[in-house]
Design a protein around this ligand. Structure first.
Ligand SMILES: Nc1nc2c(ncn2[C@@H]2O[C@H](COP(=O)(O)OP(=O)(O)O)[C@@H](O)[C@H]2O)c(=O)[nH]1
Ligand SMILES: [Mg+2]
Length: 220
């Protein structure tokens, strides 16, 4: 028997409330891993965040967790080349993984190659990785460097949600166009979710919905 719309609404509501409690409760930095041998034990679900340097990843992590500086917001793009792990919940319900940003100018080829290897090996081999969030700046839309990231996710068969950031920075009409174009792009990628998330860490837009989505992903 199909579930009623009301039952689904109630489930969604319950999920959103649980997500709100988890993200406003214990969130703790666990460790940085500059190479796979430093990864924490694969003993709980993980959700990873990736995107170009300066896309607003640290700001989004801070907004999701309601902290000012759980993840450092930086004006020096591309400095970190590590996977940063944060635990959410008491006891830990899941981990957030802050992946190193990409696409920064003037990166030496060796740095780019290290980035590619670390990210690819992590995506391919990480058993508890449930989902990745691919952040895209609303003002720029999907760029070629993002497509490379999308191809890596497709190849590793890690499902991902595309999250538009800094939605407060552009006009509503422009935002609609970017959402539509991003949706078209997502359809070309087998591991991409068709639904595009729209957020602003500055204006706290789309944050509650994204918390619920992350929790749902962690529980699959
Ligand atoms: N207006 C606006 N600016 C943002 C938003 N999110 C991030 N920024 C700014 O974009 C810059 C890069 O943000 P950051 O979180 O450090 O990006 P990261 O390099 O991806 O971690 C900073 O100057 C932030 O203040 C947003 O939602 N709205
Ligand atoms: Mg950052």
């Amino acid at each position: 028997m199909p579930r009623s719309a009301q039952a689904m609404d109630e489930e969604q509501q319950e999920l959103a409330e649980r997500a709100g409690r988890l993200f406003s409760g214990r969130v703790e930095f666990l460790k940085s891993a500059p190479a796979l041998k430093f990864l924490p034990d694969p003993d709980c679900p993980e959700i990873a965040f990736c995107g170009r340097s300066n896309v607003g990843k640290s700001s989004l992590l801070n907004a999701l967790t309601g902290r000012k500086a759980i993840a450092r917001t930086s004006v020096t793009p591309g400095r970190t080349q590590e996977l940063n792990f944060f635990e959410v919940g008491e006891p830990t319900a899941f981990r957030l993984v802050d992946m190193p940003g990409y696409g920064f100018a003037k990166a030496p080829p060796k740095v780019v190659e290290n980035w590619r290897k670390l990210v690819r090996d992590f995506l391919r081999g990480r058993v508890p990785l449930k989902r990745t969030l691919l952040l895209v700046d609303s003002r720029h839309g999907v760029k070629e460097v993002d497509r490379e990231m999308m191809r890596m996710l497709d190849e590793a068969a890690v499902g991902y949600r595309i999250v538009l950031t800094k939605a407060d920075k552009i006009k509503a009409s422009e935002l609609d166009a970017v959402i539509a174009a991003t949706g078209v792009e997502a359809k070309k990628h087998p591991a991409a979710f068709p639904v595009i998330h729209v957020t602003s860490s500055e204006k706290k837009m789309g944050i509650e919905e994204l918390r619920a989505a992350v929790l749902a992903d962690a529980e699959i």
